[in-house]
Ligand binder design. Structure first.
Ligand SMILES: [Zn+2]
Ligand SMILES: [Zn+2]
Length: 555
């Protein structure tokens, strides 16, 4: 352990990823210096209308930006990298990650026309940034080149697992580094932060190679074209699809922008080797017999504009689905995407093709550890304190139970959520506070300009439409000059509900008469009163709640 003159606190601040799956980000402060682990995004939930992305609220980092020494990215998934372009517009710090992680980040920064100070690390790197000493261990996950982090702090080691699993026979021969973790257990580990995604699932996660064997079997049985959709970043899966293609003497065509991009980046960086003679242009697949073609595509999450969505709805320029074709969705839907995936599966069956997906064919294995692996991690590292990370509240809760089972003192387990601050000092650890942390919405070019109010409006508009009342009044005499007139969209068909509209207009006149009597002249108050009265009236009459917008013109 190194010494500092002034003993200070070590502080952990959760900015995202706890209490949700997505937008992982945490701040670790060692004395004055600040370190950021991951900078991810979350894809919007269905009720977040028109929102493209959700970012963590990183205003705490921006406020303390001169203390930020480094940003460490554990791996290349969007829920760990996606917020970087937005963050790096406001702070500057070197970004550390493995070769593949940085390759994917560089592409992303390029799309935002930004440059970052990217510094490559590996599991052998030892790094000193400010008062932090960092080392790393390899972790096996559903994207290659993931790293866990060992952070030397004033009060002991902190171990951050990143996303991991313990696959003993990984496709790239790069298992999670057990020997390093065992070594850690011999030292005094202050804190373990570990991946909770699958904390509810008993046993062990299926080895990735099992999926390869299942895929090969399906390839061998297929008599016509095979179309496989998977995550564009799942290079192990893609490698197994390439292998099965070669073994069954087929050619591979690739469709979908992110799939084409990732295969190119991975091939350039040496993470994927596809023999040239195996690849064919997707525009030329018609020249080959159906039993000689595999199409690898995007859309495993049912994304409406993806290659698979287009193929299954007969809207893809080059790939048409025929009866007897085999379609494999080699992924599991991320919570929230189940309906869109289900819609695609229905479409596939409608075309007369055969669909295979996780539920029925074993064509997917998770990249996260199940319960026995989680217990193993805690037993290897033997931390004094434990914080489950990367999960919804229920996952964190189950993970905390597992930690108790393997002997972590219940008082030393913290179930945290976004915004929580945990402080460590010579006497122990405690939750000391909360900072503002929530969702920052990205909508088109705007970042953070859409708040809950705008969202609530969108929700209301989409459900019950809008009801606009225009009235011009003479403020001095407190009387109506013109109107009220009504414009309505998405609420009721105005022509057929003349009676309702007439009554609504009467209501507005009544409200204005009443406010005039009361001597109300403030336009804001007038607007509020009209909105209240009219909303009540419309709800009583129609049981709907359109957005009521009074427009008052003063003359
Ligand atoms: Zn991941
Ligand atoms: Zn993740």
């Amino acid at each position: 352990m190194f010494k500092t003159k002034k003993p200070a606190n070590v502080k952990l601040t959760i900015l995202g990823g706890l209490g949700e799956i997505g937008k992982n980000m945490m701040v670790i402060e060692n004395g004055k210096d600040m370190l950021l682990v991951d900078a991810g995004i979350m894809f919007p939930e269905e009720e977040m209308l028109g929102i493209d992305l959700v970012l963590p609220d990183f205003s705490y980092v921006v406020k303390n930006k001169e203390r930020l020494k480094a940003i460490i990215i554990t791996h290349g998934h969007e829920d760990h990298t996606g917020a970087l372009p937005y963050l790096l517009k406001e702070v500057s710090a070197p970004v550390y990650g493995s070769k593949l992680t940085l390759g994917l980040i560089e592409k992303k920064m390029g799309e935002h026309k930004l440059k970052a100070d990217l510094r490559e690390i590996s599991s052998r790197t030892k790094l000193t940034v400010g008062q932090f000493k960092l080392s790393f261990f390899e972790v096996c996950h559903s994207i290659p080149d993931g790293l866990g982090i060992i952070i030397e702090t004033l009060f002991g080691l902190m171990v951050h697992t990143g996303d991991f699993k313990f696959d003993q026979t990984p496709v790239d021969g790069r298992p999670t580094e057990l020997q390093k973790l065992t070594g850690l257990g011999q030292k005094e580990v202050l804190l373990l932060l570990s991946d909770s995604t699958n904390a509810e699932i008993p046993g062990y996660t299926l080895p990735e190679k099992t999926v390869g064997a299942n895929l090969l079997k399906l390839f061998e049985d297929a008599r016509q074209r095979i179309i496989v959709a998977t995550f564009a970043s799942h290079l192990h899966r893609i490698k197994q699809i390439v292998d099965a293609t070669i073994k069954t003497d087929r050619k591979l065509a690739i469709s979908g922008r992110s799939m084409v991009n990732n295969v190119r980046i991975a091939s350039e960086l040496g993470y994927l080797k596809i023999p040239e003679e195996v690849l064919v242009d997707v525009a030329k697949i018609e020249k080959y017999p159906p039993d000689k073609i595999v199409v690898l595509c995007t859309g495993s999450q049912g994304e409406p504009l993806s290659a698979l969505a287009r193929i299954s709805s007969n809207d893809h320029k080059q790939v048409k689905l025929h009866p007897g074709d085999t379609v494999i969705i080699s992924a599991s839907p991320i919570p929230g995407n189940e309906r869109s995936v289900s819609r695609i599966i229905n479409q596939i069956y409608r075309c007369g093709a055969v669909a295979h997906y996780e539920l029925i064919s074993g064509v997917h294995a998770s990249g996260h550890p199940a319960q026995e692996e989680l217990k193993l991690m805690i037993n290897l590292v033997k931390p004094k304190y434990f914080i489950p990370i990367h999960g919804e509240y229920r996952h964190l809760k189950h993970h905390a139970e597992l930690a108790k089972q393997v002997g972590i003192h219940p008082e030393n387990i913290f179930i945290c959520e976004d915004g929580d601050v945990i402080e460590f000092n010579a006497y122990g650890a405690k939750k000391t506070g909360e900072i503002p942390a929530g969702d920052v919405f990205v909508d088109g070019l705007g970042v953070g300009d859409i708040g809950d109010i705008v969202l609530r409006d969108r929700k209301q508009l989409s459900k019950d439409g809008v009801f606009i009342v225009v009235v011009a009044i003479d403020k001095q005499k407190a009387e109506i000059i013109t109107g009220p007139d009504v414009v309505s969209r998405g609420f009721v068909y105005v022509k057929e509900t003349k009676e309702l509209i007439d009554e609504a207009i009467e209501r507005v006149e009544e409200t204005l008469a009443k406010t005039a009597q009361e001597g109300v002249t403030d336009i804001t108050v007038l607007r509020l009163r009209i909105r209240e009265d009219l909303s009540k009236f419309l709800y009583k009459k129609t049981r709907r709640r359109p957005m009521v917008m009074p427009i008052i013109i003063e003359a």
